[in-house]
Design a protein around this ligand. Structure first.
Ligand code: TRP
Length: 378
């Protein structure tokens, strides 16, 4: 396949996101669909005024969302499935899809299955031991719980520790997944370890897990960032009809940018990521040191205005810290007209991030007492 110049500039795989992602192009490459206004109207009937993640097209793409709504309207409840690869501390970018998942759980009153892929991160990352990824998994689970999920309706599990149940289903799946399929879907080659070659069948399991546990077919909706799509397109949706299950539907979000120039937030670049266990003052400092879309001098900024489109600080307001459209529009206007200076803009964001972290960290500590209520064991 010959890639156009634009396509060569970015790369999105489940393990790596590089460059300036063109989301419209990505939707074409992956073969997903943009969430159209008609579909938003249908969602709104059930949720009330749309979440700003939807209004702002942060959740922007889907597979079979209309089908999920058909089922729901016909009286068949779906369940939610999402997950986390525990390779380090949680950062704010990870929280975004979880917060949306919590919103969906509340609005549709449905169950959530949450997978911790400690096996995947062990297999992928040469530096991590099994003990490391299990440890991160336990830490990350506290962040998941701190998002406020309903403990009666939320089931969290670690792949390594819940393997007895998962493995049987993974076997059924993997019998249909050839090396040629995973090669084509994930770009694996002869030097990829065989654990990773099997792993996609494990990540497909939760799409069918409640159907297996309850002995009846239940529709599945997966909220996730779009880099996970290959797992569903290539594996879960491909094997579903062969095993007599519904194909899982998806709703996809964009990546929260890091505080540096370009690229998504990543725990492996801690100075440009806000970690949920950062001291609030440190987080504020990171914001104050952030790259911005501002001009070289105050004078120039007054004359020409800043460029919010390339500014991580603006994106933080857009994605997480200015849910009211009125305020966001004001920030945009004041920035582009040269009225708002980067220092003030960062200062205000810093305070919000600090307050958010303080609250989150309190909820995270409290979560230690309730972890067992959320865990699936076999
Ligand atoms: N592979 C994902 C990651 O590395 C974790 C994951 C497992 C996941 N199942 C999921 C993410 C379902 C979203 C939805 O982070």
């Amino acid at each position: 396949m010959v890639l156009s110049e634009k396509e060569q500039k970015f790369k999105v795989t489940p393990w790596e996101v590089q460059g300036d992602v063109d989301y419209d192009l990505l939707v074409k490459q992956f073969g997903t669909e943009l969430i159209k206004p008609e579909l938003l109207k249908r969602l709104e009937k059930h949720t009330g005024p749309l979440h700003y993640f939807l209004r702002r097209k942060i959740f922007f793409s889907h597979r079979d969302l209309g089908w999920i709504l058909n089922k729901y309207e016909g009286g068949e409840k779906f369940f939610l499935y999402t997950g986390r690869g525990p390779s380090g501390s949680t950062h704010l970018g990870h929280l975004l899809p979880w917060l949306f998942t919590k919103y969906l759980q509340d609005k549709f009153d449905v169950e959530l299955y949450f997978q911790m892929t400690d096996d995947e991160k062990f297999l992928y990352n040469e530096e991590l031991s099994i003990a490391d990824t299990i440890r991160f998994s336990k830490e990350n689970i506290l962040d998941v719980i701190a998002c406020g999920f309903d403990k009666k309706k939320t089931f969290i599990f670690s792949d390594i520790e819940y393997a007895k149940t998962l493995y049987r289903i993974a076997l059924e799946i993997s019998k249909h997944v050839t090396f040629s399929i995973v090669k084509g879907t994930f770009g694996f080659n002869n030097s990829t370890n065989t654990g990773l070659i099997f792993f996609p069948s494990i990540q497909a399991v939760p799409s069918f897990l409640p159907s297996v546990l309850k002995g009846k077919n239940i529709p599945c909706l997966i909220p996730a960032s779009i880099d996970q799509d290959p797992y569903w397109r290539g594996i879960a949706r491909y094997v579903a009809p062969k095993l007599g299950f519904y194909k899982p539907a998806q709703i996809h979000c964009k990546f929260v940018p890091g505080l540096g120039r370009g690229g998504k937030m990543s725990s492996s670049e801690p100075e440009t990521a806000i970690l949920t266990n950062d001291a609030p003052e440190l987080a504020e400092k990171k914001i104050m040191n952030s790259f911005t879309g501002g001009r070289a001098t105050i004078k120039e900024q007054r004359e020409k205005g800043g460029t919010p489109e390339i500014c991580p600080v603006y994106h933080y307001y857009l994605y997480l810290f200015a849910p009211e459209d009125k305020e966001l529009n004001e920030i945009y206007q004041d920035c582009t007209s040269g009225k708002l200076m980067c220092g003030d803009c960062k200062g205000k964001l810093g305070i919000r991030v600090k307050t958010f972290l303080k609250d989150h960290q309190k909820r995270r500590e409290k979560a230690r007492d309730t972890v067992q209520d959320f865990m699936l064991n076999d």
